[in-house]
Design a protein around this ligand. Sequence first.
Ligand code: FA5
Length: 351
Amino acid sequence: METSLNVDEIDSIKAHGLKDLASAGSDKELDDWRVKFLGRKGLLTIALRSLVSLEPSERQKIGSLANKTKEDLLNEFQSRKSQITAVQSSDIDSSHFDVTLPGTKLSLGKLHPTTQIIREICSIFEGMGFSVVEGPEIEWDEYNFQKLNIPKNHPARDMWNTFWVAEEDSSGNQMLLRTHTSPMQARIMETNAPPVRVIVPGKCYRYEATDATHESQFYQIEGLAVDKNITFANLKGTLYQFARQLFGENRRVRFRCDYFPFVEPGVDMSIDCFACQGKAVGCRICASTGWVEIMGAGMVHPAVLESAGYDPSVYTGFAFGLGPERIGMLKYGIEDIRMFYENDCRFLEMF
Ligand code: FA5
């Protein structure tokens, strides 16, 4: 192939290159320039390739000029690139950064609604002289049932559908996920001399199908007060005060007989419906009965006192157990308990 490569042509490539480079103003334009002049199929590269067809004396002269031109263009390219980068960063500093714009808002974490309601309930009882104590979630059959006056094969065990976590050991004891916080009654009495006044928040587990008011994992708060001369009147007075502080000064309470093997007598406690006072047809909160059940309670059974080492002829006490999620549902009008643990931020942010 004939070639017309000569000094003029190389000078012309250089002049053309320098002119185009001066007008390249962005990374993209710079890159296009590099491909056009120095790339694999660029003008100067093609010129260098055609050196082979020159006479040896010409080849040396034109070759060294072409190599020098390539070096010059590369240097100019680098310096133009630095200029453009400098202009770009000064653009960010001067015009793209507006110090008057509001900053990015950081979203703050919050306490979970269950934690909030547990703290509120605990602080009401702390104000009445109770201390907060916690206990194990993995429990022995002995504490969850036997020491609470529920021996093996007792039909009352059906009230607490249980997750068993191990086989019976050689002494006939078996591990389970505690079905309520009541085992802490026995643990506290075994390790503390009377008088006792404690409140025990914690997680419980039941092998139950979930629905709008039942979860298989939920919280309870247990209360226990034992001393000389504690009567049912103390139980009623304490729980009445609690209900008024949590649900409002005008609340009325109702106690009805109920059965729990570890108390005698046993009761369930209701408050009058703060939404409709029993007047609304189809009230969502009380189903138009006027009463909303909030906890189980009773006088500690003498057998429970005795198995924990307290003399039931000297000491008496009361105990109660409530579900904070259910109380939160009543207080804040939440229709389904499962919303607490779905981790939907829109729900959690409401509290
Ligand atoms: C008990 O568990 C007794 N230990 C309470 C007690 C303590 C009675 C001391 C007497 C003396 P019960 O099974 O009713 O009782 O549960 C108490 C509360 O736990 C209920 O009122 C309810 O608020 C809550 N609860 C029970 N099961 C569930 C569940 N599956 N999901 C959510 N909350 C529950």
